[in-house]
Design a protein around this ligand. Structure first.
Ligand SMILES: O=C(O)c1cc(=O)[nH]c(=O)n1[C@@H]1O[C@H](COP(=O)(O)O)[C@@H](O)[C@H]1O
Length: 306
């Protein structure tokens, strides 16, 4: 996770802003502009999403190291939405941000190869190599085992990474993930698999290119997994809208203030609503919320050093 860790060190900020737009999160004045131009159509909505994302990215790119667009919100608009996803990834990267595409992908090896090519690799069009979505990292499910992960490992360059679901933030995550296999919980076994998949790619900071997703809503498991998985970098969703706070995520970090990056999506994108405004200054409000989150989290972890 070298590239991500260097961005975190540069911004002194271990947080990622989730770009999970819905029409409800976009202020009326901005939506109206695109509806007037394109009608109440998927195209109009997709254009509004892109304008919204760009303004958020412009407002945070100097203080936040990464963004995490979640594919589902874009898929909801069909191909127009997927075009906005691709453009958003490109735009965020052009502003120097690290982009984690949240796709939670997994399948048999041959199909996983296609996902790996789509999100992290390059597709060969008659011998000409072209990135399709071209993200820095992808969230994946490890449930199909090693042959579902290997295609990603062979496609990734040294700046890229994956985050494997280990202990998810949702209320039902324990139904399966807390079950025991012998002495160990399922999430611990999945965590051990991440350590193994990452063995060959440990960077100078001690973390491999295979990260784990561990929810802020399970602070005890977060601490347990940090101790158990010394080379696995954590993506920690569940701060903010799902109820996780700074003290809940503290366990994700090591003695150098590294080891994790905490995501917040809704709490940042909709911060303007809490202030009861018409949303004209939604991007500045998102920046203020991002800065508040950063201060909140760095107040409970060791100083970030490289
Ligand atoms: O992989 C993820 O990012 C993820 C895993 C998980 O266990 N829980 C979880 O909330 N997420 C994602 O993190 C984001 C959380 O959004 P907010 O609850 O609005 O901050 C969403 O994009 C979720 O899909």
């Amino acid at each position: 996770m070298k590239k991500l860790i260097e961005k975190i060190i540069q911004t002194k900020n271990p947080t990622v802003v989730g770009l999970d737009p819905t029409l409800d999160y976009i202020p009326q004045y901005l939506k109206q502009k695109y509806f007037e131009e394109y009608g109440y159509t998927l195209k109009g909505a997709a254009k509004a999403y892109y304008a919204f994302n760009k303004k958020i990215i412009n407002a945070i790119c100097d203080i936040v190291p990464a963004v995490k667009p979640q594919c589902a919100y874009y898929e909801a608009l069909g191909w127009q939405g997927m075009k906005t996803l691709a453009k958003t990834i490109q735009y965020a990267r052009s502003k120097g941000m690290y982009v984690i595409t949240d796709g939670k992908r997994n399948d048999i090896g041959s199909t996983m190869q296609a996902y790996a090519t789509a999100h992290l690799g390059q597709i060969s069009v008659d011998g000409v190599q072209t990135p399709a979505f071209g993200a820095d990292a992808l969230t994946v499910n490890g449930y199909l085992g090693t042959d579902g992960i290997s295609p990603l490992l062979s496609v990734m360059n040294e700046d890229q990474g994956i985050f494997v679901l280990v202990k998810t933030s949702n209320p039902s995550s324990g139904e399966l993930q807390d079950q025991k296999i012998g002495e160990n919980s399922v999430y611990a076994v999945m965590g051990d698999m991440c350590e193994k998949w990452g063995e060959g790619s440990i960077d100078p900071y001690g973390y491999s290119q295979v990260g784990a997703v561990v929810g802020a809503t399970y602070p005890q498991q977060l601490g347990e997994l940090r101790r158990r998985l010394p080379h696995t970098f954590f993506l920690v969703p569940g701060y903010g809208a799902q109820g996780g706070g700074a003290k809940d995520v503290a366990g994700a970090f090591d003695e150098n203030g590294l080891g994790g990056i905490v995501n917040s999506s809704r709490a940042i994108l909709t911060a303007w609503k809490k202030e009861g405004s018409d949303g004209v200054d939604f991007a500045e409000t998102a920046r203020r919320e991002a800065l508040r989150m950063k201060e909140d989290i760095i107040s409970v972890i060791a100083p970030i050093k490289g």
